[in-house]
Design a protein around this ligand. Structure first.
Ligand code: FEO
Length: 405
């Protein structure tokens, strides 16, 4: 893409990544891609804010050199050391001999760990300022959004907040970079929700603390390092991040919907799930069914975070819980999606069960209440299929009740 002038002297000089299949080596972006938004401020001092992954270095440097000669770079602001933003630093140090790296004390320590970089570093703290000429940068400490060293950078004259991971999303940019110029903003919101649930949700309290702190900062533009730049309505993405954090903490009412996680070895549990789904439909509650073997956890986390209802349908496999289901639930435990949920469970077994016993341990560690559990041997009988439908309807009524405002 071409560089974009955001405000006089302030440029988006980012790159899209269509090569990486799994963000952090974990989360699929095969179809969606991702952007690394680097920013340049040209002034008496030239500054870059955040870089890109190492594999994008050449393209990133071409972007920057459309506006300045790299040897004329004075500062690199490092809001966050994760290598999707810092991978290009070693190459930058080779071509920009005058650059000073700027970040928190923890950033300095991490640069040593990741790259063996020990000098050319200026430590800044919360509220410190860096005058550039016409522009001044002010640093806002926001630890754990996403790593402990994280900070944000505020440009005071245009009131632009460079937030790095916070308020970001998956999804390569498709021509437009601003919230008011793309026709598919809903795609970026959906991908911001998935990104939040995958990358940021473990740090939900830190996000809320950061948003509280930003209440004191007048912001006209939110410029994250992934996804859209929010200039028309920056409050929209701030509100969404706050809402998702509150969903995770049960501090706001989640959506009236059910996420059904299903695994099936020979189709018996899936057949049962379809009867349960009929009961949910009878009550007019929205439902998304995920086959846990076929859908990556990345997409499941996003739905589980936002919808009130969770139904888990899995067979017993060799006396334990169907392993692909255990994998998904382990991820929910890790992300601490443990806030006040009531879940429903069902599944098939062959002889003496065992899947539900393992599920008991997982739901207990999540502190989830159990609405009800239906188990059946082999394939469900007609009578059991009838019970499945009633079970789905009863659970859907509970979800309507829990989300009634
Ligand atoms: Fe975009 Fe936590 O890195």
């Amino acid at each position: 893409m071409n560089t974009v002038e955001i405000k006089p002297g302030i440029y988006w000089v980012g790159v899209n990544d269509h090569q990486t299949d799994y963000f952090e080596g974990l989360w699929p972006i095969i179809e969606e891609g991702v952007s690394y938004n680097a920013y340049l401020i040209k002034d008496e001092k030239n500054v870059i804010i955040d870089l890109a992954k190492e594999l994008s270095t050449e393209e990133l440097f071409k972007q920057i050199q459309k506006k300045i000669h790299l040897p004329d770079l004075d500062y690199l602001i490092i809001n966050h050391v994760e290598p999707d933003h810092s991978g290009a630093i070693p190459a930058l140090l080779r071509v920009a001999p005058n650059v000073t790296l700027v970040g928190t004390q923890k950033t300095q320590n991490m640069l040593k760990c990741f790259y063996g970089i020990e000098n050319r570093f200026q430590v800044v703290g919360d509220g410190d300022e860096l005058p550039l000429g016409k522009h001044t940068l002010k640093f806002v400490s926001t630890p754990n959004v996403h790593w402990p060293e994280t900070m944000m950078t505020y440009e005071t004259s245009e009131q632009i907040l460079f937030t790095c991971d916070a308020f970001g999303s998956y999804g390569a940019l498709q021509g437009g970079i601003f919230d008011d110029e793309v026709l598919n903003k809903s795609f970026y919101i959906q991908e911001a929700q998935r990104y939040y649930s995958n990358i940021v949700s473990l740090f939900k309290k830190a996000v809320i603390n950061a948003i509280k702190k930003l209440d004191q900062v007048p912001v006209k533009i939110i410029a994250p390092s992934h996804g859209l730049v929010w200039r028309k309505n920056p409050e929209e993405i701030i509100h969404l991040y706050k809402q998702w954090s509150e969903y995770c903490l049960s501090k706001s009412v989640r959506q009236t919907g059910i996420t059904m996680l299903v695994g099936s070895m020979y189709g018996n549990t899936m057949n049962f799930a379809e009867s349960v789904a009929q009961g949910v439909a009878d009550e007019g509650v929205s439902l998304k069914i995920f086959d846990v073997l076929k859908t990556h956890t990345s997409y499941i986390l996003s739905e589980v975070m936002a919808q009130e209802g969770i139904m888990i349908g899995a067979p017993t496999y060799e006396g334990i819980l169907y392993p692909p289901m255990a994998h998904v639930l382990d991820e929910l435990v890790h992300k601490r999606f443990s806030a006040e949920r009531t879940v429903a469970r069902f599944g098939s077994y062959g002889w003496n069960g065992g899947g539900i016993r393992r599920l008991d341990a997982i739901t207990a560690s999540l502190r989830w209440e159990i609405f009800d559990t239906l188990e059946f041997c082999g394939g469900a009988s007609a009578d059991e299929m009838g019970k499945a439908r009633a079970f789905g309807a009863a659970y859907a009524r509970l979800i309507k009740e829990k989300t009634r405002n």
